[in-house]
Ligand binder design. Structure first.
Ligand SMILES: Nc1ncnc2c1ncn2[C@@H]1O[C@H](COP(=O)(O)OP(=O)(O)OP(=O)(O)O)[C@@H](O)[C@H]1O
Ligand SMILES: O=C(O)c1ccc[n+]([C@@H]2O[C@H](COP(=O)([O-])O)[C@@H](O)[C@H]2O)c1
Length: 212
């Protein structure tokens, strides 16, 4: 799973999703918008609209799924609840992976029931170009007390087990794109061309979203 606020989804998310699926050889990657992300201000655009933008962005990309399951729940969108559902659906033997960017990972200690997350799935941390460190070296400010000896140094080692591991992944194309910058540009009337999937940009313009 790859969860996010996706306000809006951009090419940093989509290209990362494609590459992480290839590198880990995942059958599919559920991209799951959080209606109410627990640790940040209310998103600018409504959950259903963010899901529609995600669907438009994914289009017919093989193996990527726009998964609206968190929209069915009320209250804060806790990832542990989503992983419990996925674990139940796929069964105990399936290899389940939670993908997060390094910025999100560094706040994992503040998430609900973080130890349980590791019991339910592997955690794969993606470098971002603005990350404090660009290498496979140990994570800089990781919530160490949570990690124990979970960290492995290869995909092969990670995928030997259904969950419980941690891998720091440096994907080929790390893109310095953030939703914050896209919202800022749209509010200022600046171009967002090539930061977003074309279908996402078209919808944003047609619906006059993020105009400030
Ligand atoms: N350019 C990127 N490359 C890799 N991972 C990313 C990128 N942008 C976001 N992510 C990761 O995707 C997940 C969802 O991110 P989110 O929807 O908050 O996007 P964002 O661009 O970080 O948004 P914002 O600027 O609003 O915080 C997080 O785990 C985040 O670290
Ligand atoms: O479960 C939690 O406590 C929790 C706390 C913060 C963030 N998350 C999830 O992490 C994902 C990325 O969040 P964000 O704020 O970086 O867009 C998104 O799916 C959130 O629901 C989850």
């Amino acid at each position: 799973m790859f969860g996010g606020t996706f306000d809006p989804v951009h090419l940093g998310h989509l290209r990362s999703a494609v590459e992480v699926r290839e590198v880990l050889e995942l059958d599919r990657l559920h991209m799951i918008p959080a209606p109410q992300p627990p640790l940040r201000d209310r998103p600018q655009v409504a959950p259903l609209t963010r899901l529609e933008l995600l669907e438009a962005g994914i289009g017919d990309t093989p193996g990527l799924v726009a998964d609206g399951r968190e929209l069915e729940r009320s209250g804060p969108s806790y990832t542990v609840d989503t992983l419990k559902e996925l674990r139940q659906e796929y069964g105990d033997e399936a290899r389940l992976v939670m993908v997060v960017g390094l910025d999100a990972f560094l706040r994992l200690g503040q998430w609900r029931d973080p130890q349980r997350l590791f019991e339910l799935a592997h955690v794969v941390v993606l470098d971002r170009p603005d990350s404090p460190q660009h290498s496979h070296a140990p994570l800089p400010d990781a919530p160490w007390e949570l990690l124990g000896d979970r960290e492995v140094d290869s995909v092969a080692k990670l995928m030997q087990r259904p969950g419980g591991g941690l891998l720091h992944l440096r994907l080929p194309s790390r893109m310095a794109i953030s939703a914050t910058e896209i919202r800022r540009r749209l509010a200022s009337g600046l171009s967002v061309r090539y930061l977003l999937a074309e279908a996402v940009e078209r919808r944003i313009q047609a619906k006059h979203l993020y105009r400030g």
